[in-house]
Design a protein around this ligand. Structure first.
Ligand code: NAG
Length: 290
């Protein structure tokens, strides 16, 4: 069958097929791009996947799946929760799965649940088969591990971002330090705005207020020491984050009007690409048959 096909296909035909193939690939990319625009209502912040892989059909894999569905299920009821699955005495000792999620303190529960579902879905793609992973979206955070990391103070710096733009104004840094001091005094979730500087900070829901202050103290120190004179900076530690920015710094990037336009464009591009794939396939089939 294959030989017959090969015998009958001229080089020109082969070239045509190749061109068609790359065209289809391009369309597929466009489709995926449109799709990711549609689904990621919450901008991506960072992701980390452990190098160790999950054994397929292992007890850990089963516990992990049950953990992730507990996380998704719980996110419509509460903005924070943690789970330990399979750490009882009955199961194999290394099969336990531990995990948590945390939504940003000002999110309504339906947005929280939406964000967590999105995060778990992305983890499944980006960190497929990792036995530990964490993903932060602008709105929620999800982490799971093969070891018990719950409620243990951990101030490791996981992700930082300093704006390329810097400032020399003393006044700016006085305000910034006031904002950071205000954020640091918070326990849980805090938004702060003083004159030309704004900030936000949050601890994981299971941190005691004492541990939360310690964590935020570290985060604030990182912002000052690592990002120096940046006009905007983010420091994400294992259990808390603190961010500040000059008022207006992000406003053109995340206005909701832009988002609507982006979505509409994505829908149109997506539909057109889908239609084009369909038409191309049809004509290819007709040519192949005739
Ligand atoms: C499982 O781990 C959780 C989280 O550390 C802990 O609270 C719980 O007591 C553990 N359960 C057992 C049976 O060891």
């Amino acid at each position: 069958m294959l030989r017959v096909l090969l015998n009958h296909s001229s080089p020109a035909r082969f070239n045509q097929a190749l061109k068609l193939f790359s065209f289809l690939q391009l369309l597929l990319l466009l489709l995926l791009h449109g799709y990711s625009h549609l689904t990621s209502a919450q901008p991506f912040v960072y992701v980390g996947c452990s190098q160790n892989k999950v054994q397929q059909d292992s007890p850990f894999e089963a516990n992990l799946n049950s953990l992730l569905s507990s996380i998704v299920g719980s996110s419509s009821q509460s903005s924070y929760n943690s789970f330990a699955i399979g750490n009882g005495t009955s199961g194999p000792p290394d099969a336990a799965a531990y995990g948590l999620y945390q939504c940003r303190g000002d999110l309504k529960l339906d947005s929280c649940s939406n964000c967590v579902q999105n995060a778990v879905g992305q983890l499944g793609l980006v960190c497929a088969y990792s036995n530990g992973a964490r993903l932060e979206l602008d709105g929620c955070y999800v982490r799971y591990e093969n070891m018990d990391f719950l409620s243990k103070l951990d101030t490791t710096l996981v992700h930082k971002k300093c704006s390329p733009k810097t400032s020399e104004e003393e006044e700016f840094f006085r305000r910034r330090d006031d904002v950071l001091a205000d954020l640091q005094a918070g326990t849980g979730f805090r938004v702060s705005s003083l004159g030309m500087v704004e900030g936000i900070a949050q601890c994981l829901g299971d941190l005691s207020s004492e541990d939360c202050s310690k964590c935020l103290g570290e985060a604030v120190a990182k912002l000052k020491n690592v990002c120096g004179s940046a006009v905007a900076a983010d420091a994400y530690l294992s259990q808390c984050y603190a961010r500040y920015w000059a008022s207006g710094y992000y406003s053109h990037a995340d206005s909701s009007g832009d988002d609507q336009v982006g979505k509409t464009v994505a829908i149109i591009v997506g539909s057109l690409a889908g239609l084009a794939v369909f038409i191309v396939l049809l004509s290819f089939l007709r040519r192949a048959i005739s």
